[in-house]
Design a protein around this ligand. Structure first.
Ligand SMILES: NCCCC[C@H](N)C(=O)NCC(=O)O
Length: 460
């Protein structure tokens, strides 16, 4: 998008007003519905398998049809955002989520596994790309001294959707006897999120109009996204993506199997296990914005990421070394620590991306990172399942924990590589004022100070 940087236009810059906090609330809530419904199947696994008369493999397909297409889709979604614009993208992705969840709930209501599965597939077409849109909103409305706080807040509110799902879905089914009712409630949450997108789009359009920003369609060629711009995805960016892949295996894939893990190794029942595993995201809901604020103030992004990957690896090492016993208390503390490591990571990692790329490829960059993350989320569970089925020690979980420790170590190594590269290239990720450092690091010129870091106009 093009922005004439005149003083009079800056007076009308809505990103400098309190309205940005309304956008923050809307961007957080626009993902709430999709996080809530994403884990509907895991919260209702037994009931779904009974009602639809399906086995574990068919059940796991509810997640696979979501994750595997998302190894590619967010790149296309991000590209779509860079070329067409974020507002249309966010709207389209949200509509797909609503349709997908509607089909899923309808399929379950009429006991049709195939319709329910198609629903999950349609949901996946928008589910991850909407996260890309929400991140893009944040980079457009928040500058370097608030960006990590803003992104941390969106993760925190969205993850409350996951926590709410874990805790209320089983209760709804148990108290009403209707399996689809909870899914229709998820559908309503998705409509609510769609309404948030529409309101955010109106405000965002107003901001662009005030600043004289023109639609992507009408941009001069020099400011349009072109594939050769991807060469600006340097070493730190790719290393960050790899890091994201491994760290999310250690957090999300572990969370997927954690319920059985706690039941089989530590004798908790399914309800207790459900409460224990939601600790990670409850901690994140409180701490993500806090760590975001700390990073915005002090910089040092890579050091925070190193601390977080070390914490996550130590948690898996603790699980590896903890012998089986009946309802021990200490795994609860491990989950608190996992939540701490995850909170730091989620608030720092995503907010680091804008400083490693040119603004006009921001959508594609967020999409690329999300796609690579989904590669891990798709392959990770298969590897974990394979290891567990083919080993015996601690019911197969010993080598599963060992796998998580090794993945954690690769997370630490990739963080260190990012740190070394950051030192060599001017320290953008460690800086308190990363936008300034980015200018010399990536070589952004005047006409390219556009979409992202709207503070550019104010700073310069
Ligand atoms: N849209 C449903 C959930 C998507 C989660 C996404 N893959 C993710 O991990 N985002 C970052 C995070 O920390 O939540």
């Amino acid at each position: 998008m093009q922005r004439p940087a005149t003083v009079s236009l800056l007076k009308n810059d809505l990103t400098k007003t309190r309205l940005r906090f309304a956008i923050l609330a809307l961007a957080s809530l626009m993902s709430f519905g999709s996080y809530f419904v994403y884990d509907n199947p895991s919260a209702l696994q037994t009931q779904l398998q009974d009602d639809l008369n399906i086995g574990t493999f068919e059940f796991n397909l509810f997640y696979s049809v979501y994750s595997f297409p998302n190894i590619i889709l967010p790149i296309l979604g991000g590209y779509f955002i860079d070329v067409i614009g974020n507002r249309i993208g966010a709207l389209l992705f949200s509509i797909l989520i609503v349709i997908g969840q509607g089909l899923f709930a309808f399929g379950v209501m009429i006991n049709s596994y195939n319709i329910a599965l198609i629903g999950r597939g349609v949901f996946g077409l928008g589910g991850e790309s909407l996260n890309v849109s929400s991140n893009y909103y944040m980079t457009n409305w928040f500058s370097g001294n608030e960006l990590a706080m803003a992104m941390g807040t969106t993760v925190s509110v969205s993850r409350l959707g996951s926590v709410l799902n874990d805790n209320i879905e089983p209760v709804i089914v148990n108290s009403t006897g209707s399996l689809s009712l909870g899914l229709w409630i998820g559908f309503l949450f998705c409509i609510f999120s769609l309404i948030c997108v529409i309101i955010a789009n109106i405000l965002d359009g107003k901001k662009d109009k005030n600043l004289g920003i023109i639609s992507k369609k009408h941009l001069p060629d020099s400011e349009k996204f072109r594939f050769h711009d991807l060469k600006y995805f340097g070493f730190s960016f790719w290393c960050l993506c790899l890091n994201c892949l491994v760290v999310y295996i250690d957090v999300s894939c572990f969370n997927n199997i954690a319920s059985n893990y706690f039941q089989e190794r530590f004798g908790y029942n399914s309800v207790e296990s459900g409460s224990i595993i939601s600790i990670t995201y409850i901690v994140a809901a409180f701490l993500c914005p806090v760590f975001g604020m700390i990073v915005d103030k002090f910089g040092q992004r890579v050091q925070f990421m190193i601390f977080s990957t070390v914490s996550i690896t130590l948690v898996h090492t603790a699980f590896l070394l903890t012998p089986e016993s009946h309802k021990p208390i200490y795994p609860i503390f491990y989950m608190v620590f996992l939540g701490l490591g995850y909170s730091i990571y989620a608030s720092v990692m995503w907010a680091s991306i804008p400083y490693l790329i040119k603004p006009k490829v921001a959508g594609t960059a967020f999409g690329m990172a999300t796609s690579i993350q989904n590669l891990g989320l798709g392959v990770g569970p298969l590897l974990v399942g394979y290891i567990q089925e083919n080993t015996n020690k601690d019911k197969g979980y010993y080598w599963v924990s060992f796998f998580f420790v090794m993945i954690g170590v690769s997370g630490i190594i990739t963080c260190i590589l990012i740190y070394v590269n950051d030192v060599k290239t001017g320290g953008v990720l460690r800086s308190k004022n990363p936008e300034k450092v980015r200018e010399s690091f990536i070589g952004i010129n005047e006409t390219e100070k556009t979409d992202l870091g709207n503070s550019y106009s104010a700073i310069n």
